[in-house]
Design a binder for this molecule. Structure first.
Ligand SMILES: Nc1ncnc2c1ncn2[C@@H]1O[C@H](COP(=O)(O)OP(=O)(O)O)[C@@H](O)[C@H]1O
Ligand SMILES: [Mg+2]
Length: 241
């Protein structure tokens, strides 16, 4: 028989209720699980994440969640004119994020592509030249690395999966603080925090990833992130107090 001391769920796809139940089972049996099921449950829903962060006083990208055209019109009154970003509540790697340039496009997406019973997220669009995308990787109560992400030509999403390029940066105290605070609020011990810095105004959290990829970050920073994570889990810092 194998004795399990710690479990590191690295569920690539969007974690479903079935798998979350499996993770919870390990917790109930006393296994140390990083990230735990409650934190994963919050973070797997982008809108829930933003709600929690906003309540905790963390600045987030202005967002609405809509489930019909009437709601969408109200959201646009609050967020400003087209184009707007439309985003599935659970999606990754830029796949569920798109731009609607006019009402027709938005209507098609809202009416046909929203996840059943969940609505769809609407956000003000920050054009590439009016923002910077920063990805900060948090492990425990430390920042393990950070990168400035630049979208491929003709693209607004900076995810590596759609051709985004990363460049290692020192995030500085403000971004460090924002990333650590956001992770802590959600209860995530390992997190990839997406931060948007607008041309004018303070940085805002876009989303927080509960099973962040880090190969890209390792490549641009030369850091051994996997080692940092394993070290965190196997040392006292990684154990609950
Ligand atoms: N409101 C926005 N304005 C401009 N660009 C955005 C906005 N929201 C997201 N993006 C771009 O799209 C990318 C993917 O969005 P994100 O919310 O991080 O979803 P995913 O889980 O797919 O990474 C971001 O990294 C950023 O480059
Ligand atoms: Mg992202």
């Amino acid at each position: 028989e194998v004795e399990i001391h710690a479990l590191l769920p690295r569920i690539g796809a969007n974690i479903d209720d079935y798998t979350l139940g499996l993770v919870r089972q390990f917790e109930l049996q006393g296994v140390r699980v990083i990230n735990n099921s409650i934190a994963i449950e919050r973070a797997r829903d982008k809108f829930r994440t933003l709600q929690e962060l906003a309540r905790g006083g963390i600045r987030v990208v202005e967002s609405c969640c809509v489930n019909n055209m009437q709601n969408l019109k109200r959201a646009l009154d609050a967020l400003g004119p087209y184009p707007v970003v439309l985003k599935l509540r659970s999606s990754r790697q830029g796949r569920g994020v798109t731009l609607a340039d006019k009402e027709e496009t938005a209507r098609f997406i809202v009416e046909n592509l929203r996840q059943p019973g969940r609505g769809i997220i609407v956000q003000r669009f920050y054009p590439n030249e009016e923002r910077k995308d920063i990805r900060v990787l948090v492990v425990g109560d430390k920042v393990a690395g950070a990168a400035l992400m630049t979208p491929a030509p003709g693209e607004f999403r900076s995810n590596v999966h759609v051709g985004g390029k990363g460049e290692a940066i020192d995030p500085g105290p403000e971004l460090r603080g924002l990333a650590l605070e956001a992770s802590k609020l959600l209860g995530l011990e390992i997190a990839g925090v997406d931060i948007l810095i607008p041309k004018e105004g303070p940085p805002m959290v876009v989303e927080v990833n509960y099973a962040p990829g880090f190969q890209g970050l390792e490549a641009v920073t030369g850091l051994d992130i996997a080692r940092v994570i394993i070290k965190y889990i196997t040392t006292s810092a990684g154990r609950p107090s």
